[in-house]
Structures are given as structure tokens and as C-alpha cells.
Unconditional design. Structure first.
Ligand SMILES: C[S@@+](CC[C@H](N)C(=O)[O-])C[C@H]1O[C@@H](n2cnc3c(N)ncnc32)[C@H](O)[C@@H]1O
Length: 265
């Protein structure tokens, strides 16, 4: 069931009962690209992971083509090889809004497929052609293929014909340059229906320097979302975070207090 919308900031532990997905809290070793990453991230060491360093090099060398290049070279240290457990939990417990959902910077799109169902059509968006190709390949045999799509688009300039009831951001906010965060919030505001919900799985909440991924804090989201009239309904520790991310992830749920989308189509 959806929580009541008090618009009061609430920060607490997300005490979630054990679910069928509870057993998947450990890193998934089924993704061959990620074996090295899994060893490193369990040490909570974003900076010292050579795959993250390689990603940072690629983005630094060519900010506009860096993501494409990382996909081409298979440098995808963020990729879990499966949906993040908390999104499965929210889906299974009926805690996600129905209607149209968007996952910006969706990568391989496991969360897109996990959220899709009759009653919820999910759009996975990524700037990388190679990333979108991979997402389509990974999901082509999915039984719920009628309920999602993948589009190669730049989140910041995309102008869809319909607005969204739900936007789910996981490791996109931390991937963009920090000076793009106000534009991120503006575009969330543009794309979401006035009564729509933004869910941010905030990661990595730690103290490392540089990026991507850039460190994030609740205040970083508030700084750009408050001017857009978004208020947190809840902010919870994500107890369902995978092993290497536990303690560095919070689930934020946001709604707009008043107003309309910037452009009604
Ligand atoms: C750190 S990855 C996260 C992928 C996915 N959310 C996940 O958790 O596996 C960031 C993704 O954002 C994409 N991306 C970067 N800039 C983008 C933009 N301006 N518009 C859309 N996607 C973008 C990259 O290609 C990459 O796939």
C-alpha cells in the first residue's frame, strides 16, 4: 500500500520484512562483467576500484562520448546484473504508483523490466546507443515485454508526448556532473505529472572525492528539488541494499506540494 502523504520529512530505517528477494542481498555473482567490481565495492571503496577509475578516465577524456565508450568497452562497474532488491520489494508489495513510469539513465534496464506490469508502462531512457542495445537484448524474451520500452535519448533535452506518474532515479543523479543537478531537478519537474511521485535511491552516500559516481547527500537532493516544490514524503535507510552498498543508500520518496508541470502536452 502507498504511504500517506504527510509532506513531513521522515528519516528512519526501512524495516522491511524478509521477502523472497531477501536472499539476494549479497552481490550477484552471475554477472561476469562485475566480478572484480563486486570484490572492490564490498570494501566500500569507490575510489580504488580500477573499473571505476577507468570509467572516470573515459568521462573525463570526452564528457559527451564517455558513457558510450564505457558501454562499448564493457566498463560498467555500476551494473548489478539484476534489479535492485528494494524496487522488487516495492513492486511486490504494491507500493509503487501505477500509470506511466520513467527510469532515466536506465543502463541495462533490470529495474525497468522489474517495475513493468499491466497497469504500469515503464520507459527506460539512456543516452548510450550501446547501453540501450544491451537493455533490449537482455529483455527481449521478458514475459512482460508489452509493458516497457527502451529509448536512446538525452534525459536533459528529451521532450516526450506524455508525462509520467512515477520517475525512479537510481545511480543517475550520482552519474551526472554536480553542476547539472539543478537541470536534473528542472527536467524531473517537467516530466512528472503534478501529482506524480519521484523515487530516488540515493547512492553513494559516503565521503569519497570525484566521480562519477559523485558522492550524494540528502541535502544535495533537497537543494535542487525544494525550488521545484518537491518535498520528501519519506527518506529511509535502504535495508535491502546489496552487500557492498548497505549503509550508503537511502530511499527517498518525493511529491510536489503544489503547481503544475512546466509543459502540459
Ligand atoms: C551509473 S549508470 C547507471 C545505470 C542504471 N541506472 C543502473 O543502476 O544500472 C548511469 C547511466 O546513465 C546514462 N547517462 C549518462 N548521461 C545521460 C543522459 N544525459 N541522459 C540519459 N542517460 C544518461 C549512462 O549511459 C549510464 O548508462
Amino acid at each position: 500500500m502507498r504511504r500517506s502523504l504527510s509532506f513531513a520529512l521522515r528519516i528512519r530505517n526501512l524495516a522491511v520484512p524478509s521477502t523472497p528477494h531477501g536472499a539476494t542481498l549479497a552481490m550477484d555473482n552471475s554477472n561476469p562483467h562485475n566480478h572484480h567490481h563486486q570484490r572492490r565495492t564490498t570494501n566500500n571503496s569507490v575510489e580504488s576500484d580500477p573499473r571505476v577509475q577507468k570509467l572516470q578516465q573515459l568521462i573525463e577524456t570526452d564528457p559527451s562520448a564517455g558513457w558510450e565508450e564505457s558501454w562499448k568497452q564493457g566498463v560498467t562497474p555500476w551494473d548489478l546484473g539484476r534489479p535492485t532488491p528494494v524496487i522488487l520489494h516495492l513492486h511486490d508489495t504494491g507500493s509503487l504508483p501505477m500509470g506511466r513510469a520513467l527510469v532515466p539513465g536506465c543502463g541495462t534496464g533490470y529495474d525497468v523490466v522489474a517495475m513493468a506490469c499491466p497497469g504500469r508502462y515503464v520507459v527506460g531512457l539512456d543516452i548510450s546507443e550501446e547501453g540501450i542495445k544491451r537493455a533490449k537484448q537482455m529483455s527481449c524474451l521478458s514475459p512482460n515485454a508489452d509493458y516497457f520500452t527502451f529509448l536512446k535519448e538525452d534525459f536533459f533535452s528529451w521532450r516526450p508526448t506524455h508525462l509520467f506518474d512515477l520517475i525512479f532515479d537510481y545511480t543517475f543523479f550520482c552519474a551526472i556532473e554536480p553542476d547539472m543537478r539543478p537541470a536534473w531537478a528542472q527536467q524531473i519537474h517537467n516530466l512528472l505529472k503534478p501529482d506524480g511521485e519521484l523515487i530516488t535511491l540515493m547512492f553513494p552516500m559516503d565521503d569519497h572525492a570525484g566521480g562519477p559516481p559523485y558522492k550524494v547527500a540528502i541535502e544535495d537532493y533537497e537543494e535542487v528539488l525544494h525550488p521545484m516544490e518537491f518535498k520528501a514524503i519519506s527518506i529511509d535507510d535502504n535495508e535491502l541494499a546489496i552487500k557492498g552498498r548497505k549503509g550508503r543508500e537511502k530511499l527517498g520518496r518525493w511529491k510536489r506540494a503544489v503547481g503544475k508541470s512546466s509543459y502540459e502536452l
